[in-house]
Write a protein of this length. Structure first.
Length: 240
């Protein structure tokens, strides 16, 4: 892989927003109901388990790019050879394509349910994808800039959550550990749509300056997205 020019790289701190923006999405709107069916009042424990797992996976991803090649595609060829590595690359292309389709269709469904029931799905998706292509054509720094505003602008909503605390009944957390470890693990797996996306880090890793300094920002983003905030969303409605 050719080296990336310095003027096209991002500072290590922006990794925080690159990871946060891809995780805070449509998955956060419905996972509470899904995991509550499996783990009930212990669903908050599943959130913590899943959050810690993502940080472990991020640690593994850093080891992959540090011990091997900086690019995901080059790593596949380096480990598995040209042909098998190419098959793995094709698999990841299909994976990310499926992920885009799922997120886009879910977003359109939200618009249909809450605002425009007769919205033309194809036309809206077409115009939305054209807008996305326009942003991507601006380069990776432009994409991260959009991610930055996508995280910062709605962050005030966290403050609004505090107004519900006086009406909370924390006795609803009890009894703790009322479900088996198997149920907690299954509920953690059911949060996969909420946590998906940060694996794209393996693709844009070469575009990061001072890569060693980006570690703390990557783990901070995962901790922010997957532990306290998701914990609040998943279980706080139980204590109201």
């Amino acid at each position: 892989m050719q080296s990336v020019p310095e003027n096209r790289k991002i500072s290590p701190s922006l990794v925080f927003f690159a990871i946060s923006s891809v995780q805070i999405g449509v998955g956060a709107l419905g996972f509470q109901r899904i995991i509550a069916k499996t783990a009930g009042y212990d669903a908050w424990i599943s959130v913590i388990i899943a959050g810690l797992a993502t940080n472990m996976i991020m640690w593994i991803m850093y080891k992959i790019v540090e011990l091997g090649k900086e690019d995901l595609g080059e790593n596949h060829r380096y480990v598995f050879g040209k042909w098998i590595g190419g098959i793995f690359n094709t698999f990841f292309i299909l994976y990310f394509t499926s992920f885009i389709i799922i997120v886009l269709r879910t977003y359109i469904e939200i618009v249909q349910v809450w605002m425009f029931a007769d919205l033309n799905v194809f036309m809206f998706a077409l115009f939305f994808l054209v807008l996305c292509i326009y942003v991507v054509k601006g380069g990776f720094r432009t994409v991260v800039g959009i991610a930055f505003f996508g995280v910062v602008l709605p962050s005030y909503l966290i403050i609004l959550f505090g107004f519900t605390i006086p009406y909370a009944d924390f006795h609803h957390f009890l009894p703790i550990f009322d479900h088996s470890l198997k149920d907690l693990i299954i509920a953690s797996k059911q949060m996969s749509l909420t946590y998906m996306g940060y694996e794209s880090f393996l693709i844009y890793y070469p575009f990061i300056k001072d890569k060693q300094k980006s570690k703390k920002w990557a783990h901070a983003a995962l901790f922010r997205n997957n532990c306290p905030l998701s914990l609040y969303d998943s279980h706080f409605f139980w204590v109201l």
